[in-house]
Design a protein around this ligand. Structure first.
Ligand code: TRP
Length: 445
C-alpha cells in the first residue's frame, strides 16, 4: 500500500489503542454507572456486550484501517472502490468523525475537571469534609469561568499532541503515559482494597441480581461498551492505519479488550471499597461520584491526600490518551486533502470543539434549566453519541465487513485458527448486528 510511516514494533499500537480505550469511560463513568444501575447485573450485560459486539466490531475497524492505511473516511472509500461497493460507505466515516468531535467537546469538560482536582488538596482538620467537598464541586461546576479555564488547558494539550503527528506525537506520548497509568491504577486499587471494604465491593460488583434490569440499563450497558472500547466512530480505525503489517489483529484486540476491562474493574476496586468504608457516603451518587464523594473518602484515610493526587493524575493521563483519538480521524482526513498543515488543522478543529464544549459547560450552570426531551444539552449529546451514534456506527461496520466483503479476504487478513475464525465470523455476521438492533428496539418500546 502507501509508503506512509507506521509504528515500529507491536507495543505502540497496543498502547495507543488501549490508551484510547482506557479513559474517563473506565475510571469515571463505569464506576458511577455500576453504582447507579444496580451493580453486578449491569457489569454482566456490559461484559457480554464487550465480547459479543465489541470484539468483532473492533477487529473490523482495525482491518479496514490497516488494509487501506488512510484516514477512516478515505479507508472506507478505498475499500468500497476495491470491492466495487456503493461509495456511500464513506459516510460511515463522516458520521464517525463528527461523533468524535462531538464526544470530545464534552469529554474535555470532564477531563478538565479531573485535571483541576490534581491541584485541589483539602485543608487539614475540616469538621465536615462532605460539606466542604460538595461546596467545592458546586463552586467549580457553577462557575463557567473555571470550567472554561480547565477545558481550554485540556483541549490545548490534546491538540498539541495530535499536532505533532501520529508517530511522533501520539506514538511517543502513549509509550510514556500508559505505563504510568497501569502502575497507578494498580497502586490505588491495592491501597483501597487494603484500607477499605473490599468484601462488600466484590459482592456488589460480582453477585448478580437480574431482577433490577430494565431496558434503560441494557441500552446503557451497550452504550458504555462502545464508549469504553472507543469503537463505532473510527478512532481505532484511524490507528489501524499505523499498525505494523505483521501484527496479528485478533490477538491484539484480545489484549486491548482485556486491558480495558481490567482497568474498568480495577477502577471499581479503587473506588468502591473506600466509599463503602464511609457510611455517610452514597455509591449511587452518579457523575459526581469521583468528584464529590471520592475526595471525602480519601480525606478520612491515612495517606489519603497523596493518593487523591495520584488518582487524579491517573485520570488525567487516561483522559488525554483517549481524547487524542477522538480528534485524529477528522484531522487525518483533512490532512490527506493536502491543503493545510497538521498544526493549523488541529488548532482550527480545537477551536470549534472548544466552542461546542461551551454548551456542555453551560449545562452545569446558566443553561441548567434548558431542556430538550427532559435532557440538558450535555446529557443530550452524551445520549445521542453513546447510545445511538456509536452503536449505529458499529452496526454498519459489522454489516460492511460481515456481509459485503468476501469471507476469504477477511480470513486471509486475520490469520485466526479455524475454530476461532468461525466464532468470530458468526458474531460479526449475526450476533453483533442483531444484538444492536434488538437492544435499540428493546429500549425504544
Ligand atoms: N474510550 C474512551 C473512554 O473510555 C473514550 C473514547 C476515546 C472514545 N475515543 C473514543 C469513545 C472513540 C468512543 C469513540 O474514556
Amino acid at each position: 500500500m502507501s509508503s506512509k510511516k507506521i509504528w515500529q514494533g507491536n507495543s505502540t499500537f497496543i498502547l495507543a489503542a488501549a490508551g484510547s480505550a482506557v479513559g474517563l469511560g473506565n475510571i469515571w463513568k463505569f464506576p458511577y454507572m455500576v453504582g447507579s444501575n444496580g451493580g453486578s447485573a449491569f457489569v454482566i450485560i456490559y461484559l457480554i456486550c464487550i465480547l459479543a459486539i465489541g470484539f468483532p466490531v473492533m477487529v473490523s475497524e482495525i482491518l479496514i484501517g490497516k488494509y487501506a492505511r488512510k484516514s477512516p473516511i478515505n479507508s472506507l472509500k478505498n475499500l468500497s472502490q476495491e470491492f466495487k461497493l456503493n461509495l456511500n460507505w464513506k459516510f460511515l466515516g463522516i458520521l464517525g468523525a463528527l461523533a468524535g468531535v462531538t464526544i470530545l467537546s464534552y469529554y474535555s469538560v470532564f477531563a478538565g475537571m479531573a485535571f483541576s482536582y490534581i491541584f485541589k488538596i483539602f485543608p487539614q482538620g475540616l469538621e465536615n469534609p462532605s460539606q466542604y467537598s460538595s461546596e467545592h464541586f458546586f463552586n467549580l461546576s457553577s462557575s463557567p469561568l473555571s470550567l472554561v479555564f480547565w477545558h481550554t488547558i485540556f483541549l490545548f494539550l490534546t491538540s498539541l499532541i495530535i499536532g505533532l503527528g501520529v508517530v511522533k506525537g501520539i506514538g511517543r506520548s502513549v509509550n510514556i503515559l500508559m505505563p504510568f497509568l497501569f502502575f497507578f491504577i494498580i497502586l490505588v486499587s491495592i491501597y483501597s482494597s487494603y484500607i477499605g471494604d473490599l468484601k462488600r465491593t466484590l459482592i456488589f460488583l460480582f453477585s448478580p441480581d437480574f431482577s433490577v434490569i430494565t431496558p434503560q440499563i441494557v441500552i446503557s450497558a451497550m452504550g458504555q461498551a462502545f464508549f469504553s472500547l472507543s469503537i463505532g466512530m473510527g478512532a481505532i480505525m484511524a490507528y489501524g492505519a499505523y499498525m505494523p503489517e505483521k501484527q496479528m489483529i485478533g490477538k491484539t484486540v484480545m489484549t486491548i479488550i482485556s486491558l480495558d476491562t481490567f482497568v474498568a474493574l480495577a477502577a471499581g476496586i479503587a473506588i468502591f471499597p473506600i466509599v463503602f468504608s464511609n457510611p455517610s457516603l452514597e455509591i449511587a451518587a452518579g457523575p459526581g461520584l469521583i468528584f464529590e464523594t471520592l475526595p471525602v473518602a480519601f480525606y478520612s484515610l491515612p495517606l489519603g491526600s497523596i493518593f487523591s493526587v495520584i488518582f487524579f493524575i491517573l485520570i488525567s493521563i487516561a483522559a488525554l490518551s483517549s481524547s487524542i483519538s477522538l480528534l485524529e480521524p477528522l484531522t487525518a482526513w483533512i490532512e490527506e486533502k493536502g491543503k493545510f498543515n497538521r498544526f493549523s488543522i488541529v488548532f482550527t478543529l480545537g477551536i470549534l470543539v472548544w466552542i461546542l464544549g461551551l454548551g456542555s459547560i453551560f449545562s452545569f450552570n446558566i443553561w441548567s434549566d434548558l431542556k430538550l426531551f427532559g435532557l440538558t444539552f450535555l446529557e443530550l449529546l452524551d445520549y445521542l453519541t453513546n447510545n445511538i451514534m456509536l452503536p449505529l456506527g458499529g452496526f454498519f461496520v459489522s454489516v460492511l465487513i460481515g456481509w459485503k466483503i468476501p469471507k476469504a479476504f477477511i480470513q486471509e487478513n486475520l490469520k485466526l485458527n479455524k475454530k476461532l475464525f468461525k466464532l468470530f465470523y458468526f458474531s460479526l455476521k449475526f450476533l453483533a448486528p442483531s444484538s444492536i438492533i434488538l437492544i435499540f428496539l428493546y429500549s425504544a418500546f
